[in-house]
Every structure is written in structure tokens, then in C-alpha cells.
Write a protein that binds this ligand. Structure first.
Ligand SMILES: C[S@@+](CC[C@H](N)C(=O)[O-])C[C@H]1O[C@@H](n2cnc3c(N)ncnc32)[C@H](O)[C@@H]1O
Length: 273
């Protein structure tokens, strides 16, 4: 069907609409990849063309539900336990004790948590240090499906590939296939659906001493990264710290944050003056 071919013109309006709703940025080179994700949605909706799909997303009163479905098709939920571990260890060994000594109950937000492996790794490290009950943990993602999996706490090989052997038996119980995370850990995390480009949703979460926003900025344009970083900066307490992914330097942007190195990990600290 010719309507299911993604012409440069239709790519331009559809990719702009997707970016407006989700922050996800696609270059023209990504058009075949995007078409692979969009065409099944067009077919499922019973529409004849990608252009009709665009009009549906843009103008139909039922479009919010379809955008939510589309998000599930587009997002990359790739993550695993103990990924990029050093900054998490540093949070537990250095930042959290520092806040506790200052009489603060640390509030930590994992801002694109996918299926939950990252906040659960943090919960394991906090538990091992006897600090799990001393902190408030919030974890969010745009994907409702990923959050449902996070709350369920059942994980398979891909998520377990860098698992520390000592975690098994202590926080994870082997199942016939995969592993179940102890409910004490999943219950210690407040999982919420938050679209990072929706400033009102970010604001509603309140303020945090530490925000982890790792391996999601790579999917956004520079302009969107700056908007998201501004919203995350507003969500930080004075002297609060933002941690991004190992490949996601913010140094090329001007922001209200100062980069600081601690034990080989980089933090972006909120400027107080
Ligand atoms: C590759 S995963 C990163 C997971 C984890 N932070 C890590 O580093 O292992 C990227 C996540 O970002 C989420 N995401 C993409 N766009 C988002 C948005 N606009 N708001 C919130 N989450 C978003 C995706 O659903 C996906 O779960």
C-alpha cells in the first residue's frame, strides 16, 4: 500500500508530532526504523495511510490513548541490574550519609527507570548499607507497560546479565524462569508515570536531593535536553545533585548546574548563587 510508505514530507510532520508529545527525536536517516514502528499502529487503527494516522494523532478526540500506545511501540526500555554502578555506589556511600548527617531525609528520583532495574539496584545498595528505610525513593517512566513490569518485579536473563552473585538469595529469588525481586524492595519505591517533557508532571513530584536521569537524554534533541534539564534543575533542592548517563555529558549546555567529580563519578550540582 503506497499510503504505508513514509515519504519525507509525512516523516517531517509525524516525527515533529512525536517529538512534541514524547521528546523522542528522529532524524531523516531513522525514517525506515520509525516506519517499522508506525505501520503496525496504522494497521491496528484500521487507517489507510501514515498521513491519515498523522491527522488522527493530531486532531482526533481519542488521540491521547493512541499516543500512549505509540509510546509503548517507540521507547527503548533497555536496562539491567548494576548498570553504570559507580555513581549509585557513590550516592549510597557518600551523598546519602552526608544528607542524613545534616538532618535531611534524602529524596531520590530515578527519572527514566524503564522496567525498574536501576531504582531496584539502588534499593539493594541502600539496603546493604542499612539505609533503605532512611530515604524516599521515587521512580518514573513514560511507559505504562515498563512501570507495570517494574511493580511486578520479575526479571529475565537480559536484565540479570551484570547481577552480583550475592544479590541472589538476598534480594532475588530464582523462579523456574527468571527471578523475583523481594517485595520489600519494590514496595520501597514509589513508581509513577511521568513524561519528562511535561513540566507540570515533573513539578508535581516535588523536590529531590538526588535525581538520576540516565540513558534517556540520548533520545532527545539538544533543545529538548535543555528543556528537560531546566525542569530537573527546578526539581532539585538547593545543592541537590543530578546524575546523567556515562555517555550523556551536559557540559556543552549552559545551565544552573555545576559539574563536580567525586570518586570518578560526575554529578551536576545545583548552583545556589
Ligand atoms: C534506555 S532506558 C534507560 C533506563 C535506565 N535509566 C538505565 O539507565 O538503565 C530509557 C527509558 O526512558 C524512557 N523515556 C523515553 N522518553 C521519555 C520521556 N519523555 N519521559 C520519561 N521517560 C521517557 C523510556 O520509556 C525508557 O524506559
Amino acid at each position: 500500500m503506497t499510503g504505508l510508505a513514509l515519504s519525507p514530507q509525512v516523516f517531517a510532520i509525524l516525527s515533529a508530532l512525536i517529538e512534541e508529545k514524547t521528546g523522542l527525536h528522529y532524524d531523516l536517516d531513522d525514517a525506515p526504523l520509525l516506519a517499522d514502528k508506525l505501520v503496525p499502529r496504522v494497521v491496528e487503527r484500521g487507517l489507510d495511510s501514515l498521513l491519515d494516522y498523522y491527522y488522527f494523532l493530531r486532531y482526533d478526540p481519542a488521540s491521547d490513548a493512541e499516543v500512549a500506545q505509540l509510546v509503548e511501540a517507540l521507547v527503548v526500555n533497555e536496562t539491567y541490574f548494576f548498570r553504570e554502578l559507580a555513581p549509585l555506589e557513590n550516592v549510597v556511600q557518600s551523598c546519602v550519609p552526608e544528607l542524613l548527617r545534616a538532618g535531611v531525609r534524602p529524596r531520590i528520583w530515578c527519572a527514566a527507570c524503564a522496567t525498574g532495574e536501576e531504582p531496584l539496584t539502588l534499593a539493594m545498595l541502600l539496603d546493604a548499607a542499612g539505609l533503605l528505610e532512611e530515604v524516599t525513593l521515587v521512580a518514573s517512566d513514560i511507559s505504562t507497560r515498563a512501570l507495570a513490569r517494574a511493580r511486578e518485579g520479575v526479571y529475565f536473563r537480559r536484565s540479570l546479565r551484570a547481577l552480583k552473585p550475592e544479590a541472589v538469595g538476598r534480594w532475588l529469588t530464582p523462579l523456574e524462569k527468571g527471578m523475583q525481586v523481594e517485595s520489600r524492595l519494590t514496595n520501597a519505591i514509589d513508581f509513577r508515570r511521568v513524561n519528562l517533557i511535561d513540566e507540570a508532571q515533573v513539578r508535581a513530584l516535588g523536590q529531590f536531593d538526588i535525581v538520576l536521569c540516565r540513558n534517556v537524554l540520548i533520545y532527545f534533541s539538544d533543545a529538548t535536553v535543555q528543556t528537560v534539564i531546566a525542569a530537573l534543575t527546578r526539581a532539585l533542592t538547593p545543592n541537590g545533585r543530578l546524575i546523567v548517563g556515562a555517555s550523556e555529558s551536559l557540559l556543552r549546555f549552559t545551565s544552573g548546574l555545576v559539574c563536580e567529580e567525586r570518586a570518578g563519578s560526575f554529578y551536576y550540582c545545583k548552583r545556589t548563587t
